[in-house]
Design a protein around this ligand. Structure first.
Ligand code: SF4
Length: 333
């Protein structure tokens, strides 16, 4: 299966419960960024996410309130680098105690000292390691030699210790798709639990021209679509059809909400036009009807997983054939 059954059932139950409350739109994932401090400065990362001071981090209490307010079943703990968050064990334990599933997004440099031996493996915890290519490419993206070797060592150790282990790869303009296939082969040999491949988003603060146009995304994701037949990719078939330019989808920026040291980021994980201290103010103030249409110029080349995966799932659930395809994909991994 692509994901553990209890995780998939919890997501499905959440959707049923939210719809039963009469909600057409609701969050399913909270991208929780307790800090904007990082031990790397990767070339495709928005500048704010790696230049923050540790003293400006969120308290555990503030993080937990944000998660409860958004009512999500799944929390992607990212940043910054979450391993640098001094209260990480307390945060993870409290989230799991509340029944949340955690996707812990990390560059893996400190996994051995900050996670292994501190928080035991759990069916509620996915370790998600950033890996943008093989050695030369990944070290270039991370602007530091040795990061690839450490990440690979940590992925193997994570699996050996019994953690659910995912990887996350961003595709840039110069990404060689043969290399992405090589990476999928390598990760499959480690028996990772899932591989997410996603197109990069052109943050205004990133000056280097590494990002893809819509047409370039289509071309590269036709290849990713082929790879999904052989490797355990976690993107749904409908999302990959969209990324390959074979279908259109509206955006679902409300499905993946983002809480940061500056507050709730609106309208989406990528665009921070306004930050809000209060969830309800954020939810009621963002003009979702505008953002779902992708009319804004900054949406032109966006095919981000965080914006469109929920749209893909929603679309699949509208027809029997779509649901069968989704179910077949889920059990095929
Ligand atoms: S298309 Fe992309 S940038 Fe625009 S609202 Fe959706 S996720 Fe945000």
């Amino acid at each position: 299966m692509r994901f553990p059954l209890d995780f998939a059932l919890t997501q499905a139950k959440h959707m049923v419960q939210q719809r039963a409350k009469g909600r057409k739109r609701f969050p399913t994932v909270c991208m929780l960024e307790p800090l904007y401090t990082c031990n790397l400065a990767c070339i495709g990362c928005s500048t704010e996410r790696h230049t923050g001071k540790l003293k400006d981090r969120l308290s555990v209490e503030t993080c937990l309130k944000a998660v409860e307010d958004s009512e999500v079943p799944t929390v992607a703990v990212c940043g910054g680098e979450p391993m640098l968050y001094p209260e990480l064990p307390e945060l993870l334990n409290e989230l799991m105690r509340r029944g949340k599933y955690i996707i812990l997004c990390t560059n893996a440099l400190l996994l051995d000292t900050k996670l292994f031996g501190v928080i035991p493996p759990s069916k509620q915890l996915f370790v998600n390691v950033h890996l943008d290519g093989m050695r030369d490419t990944h070290d270039m993206v991370c602007a530091r030699p040795g990061v690839f070797d450490k990440a690979v060592e940590m992925i193997k150790e994570s699996k050996r210790r019994g953690y659910l282990t995912l990887t996350n790869t961003t595709v840039y303009k110069e990404t060689d798709m043969d290399e992405v296939e090589q990476l999928c082969d390598l990760l499959t040999s480690f028996n990772v639990d899932g591989i997410l491949i996603s197109p990069g988003y052109h943050y205004e603060t990133v000056k280097r021209d590494v990002f893809l146009t819509r047409e370039q995304i289509h071309e590269k994701f036709k290849r990713v679509r082929e790879l999904s037949r052989r490797y355990k990719l976690t993107a749904t078939p409908a999302f990959l059809d969209f990324a390959a330019g074979l279908k259109e989808l509206l955006c679902s920026p409300y499905s993946t909400v983002n809480f940061t040291p500056k507050g709730w980021k609106g309208p989406c994980y990528l665009i921070g036009d306004k930050y809000y201290a209060d969830f309800n103010e954020f939810w009621n103030d963002v003009d979702w009807n505008y953002w779902v249409t992708r009319k804004d110029p900054r949406c032109a080349n966006c095919k981000m997983h965080s914006g469109f995966e929920q749209s893909a799932v929603d679309e699949a659930s509208k027809s029997v054939s779509g649901m069968l395809r989704l179910a077949a994909w889920h059990v095929s991994g």
